[in-house]
Design a protein around this ligand. Structure first.
Ligand SMILES: Cc1ncc(COP(=O)(O)O)c(C=O)c1O
Length: 370
């Protein structure tokens, strides 16, 4: 066992050169008194739609707003049911309830922790109007099977890509399979700002136009507002930070992919269950989760050896006080979500670490297991 190392789960520091450049950029915006909209936001929308190979990108205030605006733009019939995975960050479910729709929760699969196609198919009813899939932990869902289902039943599709900037399924970037893709740029994401921010992407001009109006008070011109919208604009400071950080995204994703390969190799030798992706799934490893029957003990042991881990997520949505009275869930549709909540442990991964750190974490896990 090598000497104890300090391995943070997340580290949001910038390198020296990016830090200097960011301060220069923000100082210029202050000097120009440019705080809302302007060139930086316009450039970010262009840059991000180019990065994601999507026709349109609308920058908004955060990833939760992006989901709410996406759902509102689809203009679903009243009393619609909207299907969401039971194991995820809660925003997609919040958007469904706040939109006035009925929340239906589907199970996940334990290979990649994304929605179970089998569970999803069984939950479709005459009232199902939309599906929100989540490309969780950087892992793209099986979009081939999902598209077959949404096409067959004529269901609208939103992809929550908040944890999957740059992930691909069959070489196509996530966010381009359904009607609208949504992103969060919360600071800890693969692409993170210096505060809250988000975006939605679409290849449909009509959806882009309606979303743009909803996000900016229904405005079409000075004091010409055609619908009661809301204020969900990306501010100029965050756009400036994102424009700089977007330049590093490919490289930092590549580092995560290399680190995940190193983890996978060592976990395979240890017989520990972790993500099992098909060759169609290009993950960007926002997180690297493992499943452990002795999670609490393992986590304590890792902490003692200087390794910080996280539990995402300890509860399925069906057990959250916010939703538990709104959903009736047959056991069939919650089995894997419950298993994941009990056993999952996310190991440190990201551009703040090098391969030696990853090898150290794997060694610590090995010394726990033997
Ligand atoms: C899958 C998922 N969806 C939505 C969100 C919400 O994003 P935001 O915090 O920017 O509102 C997050 C953020 O944690 C997320 O992980």
């Amino acid at each position: 066992m090598p000497e104890t190392r300090d391995i943070p789960f997340i580290d949001l520091s910038l390198n020296k050169s990016d830090s200097r450049k960011t301060i220069e950029n923000l100082s210029k915006l202050i000097k120009d008194k440019s705080f809302i909209g302007g060139e930086e936001v316009k450039i970010f929308q262009e840059n991000f739609s180019k990065f994601n190979k999507s026709k349109y990108c609308l920058a908004v205030a955060n990833g939760t707003d992006a989901l709410e605006i996406a759902l509102e733009s689809l203009d679903l019939p009243k009393n619609s049911e909207v299907i969401v995975p039971n194991f995820t960050f809660l925003s997609p479910a919040e958007a469904v309830i706040r939109g006035g729709y009925k929340l239906v929760l589907a199970d996940i699969n334990l290979n990649d922790f994304t929605i179970s196609v089998e569970s999803l198919e069984k939950l479709i009813s005459k009232k199902t109007s939309a599906l929100i899939v989540v490309h969780l932990f950087g892992n793209p869902c099986n979009m081939l099977e999902i598209k077959k289902i949404t096409d067959k039943h004529n269901i609208k599709l939103i992809e929550d890509c908040s944890q999957a900037h740059g992930a691909k399924f069959k070489e196509k970037k996530v966010g381009n399979f359904g009607d609208i893709g949504t992103f969060s740029f919360y600071p800890t994401k693969n692409l993170g700002a210096f505060g809250d921010s988000g975006a939605l992407v679409t290849n449909k001009k009509n959806l882009f136009n309606i979303a743009k109006k909803i996000a900016n008070h229904g405005r079409v011109d000075t004091y010409d507002h055609i619908l009661p919208g809301r204020n969900s604009r990306l501010d100029t400071f965050q756009a400036s930070v994102l424009n700089l950080k977007l330049k590093n995204l490919r490289m930092s994703n590549a580092m995560r992919i290399k680190q995940a390969a190193s983890y996978k190799k060592s976990m395979h030798l240890l017989d520990i269950k972790t993500v099992n992706l098909s060759s169609d799934q290009f993950s960007v490893f926002h997180q690297f989760p493992i499943l452990s029957n002795e999670r609490e003990l393992l986590m304590k042991f890792l902490n003692k050896k200087g390794v910080n881990c996280g539990i995402y997520y300890p509860k399925p949505l069906s057990k959250m006080r916010a939703f538990r009275d709104q959903v009736f869930l047959n056991k069939f549709h919650s089995r894997n979500s419950e298993i994941a909540c009990k056993k999952i442990l996310s190991l440190p991964i990201g551009p703040h670490l090098d391969i030696k750190d990853i090898e150290y974490v794997a060694d610590v896990i090995q010394s726990f297991s033997t």
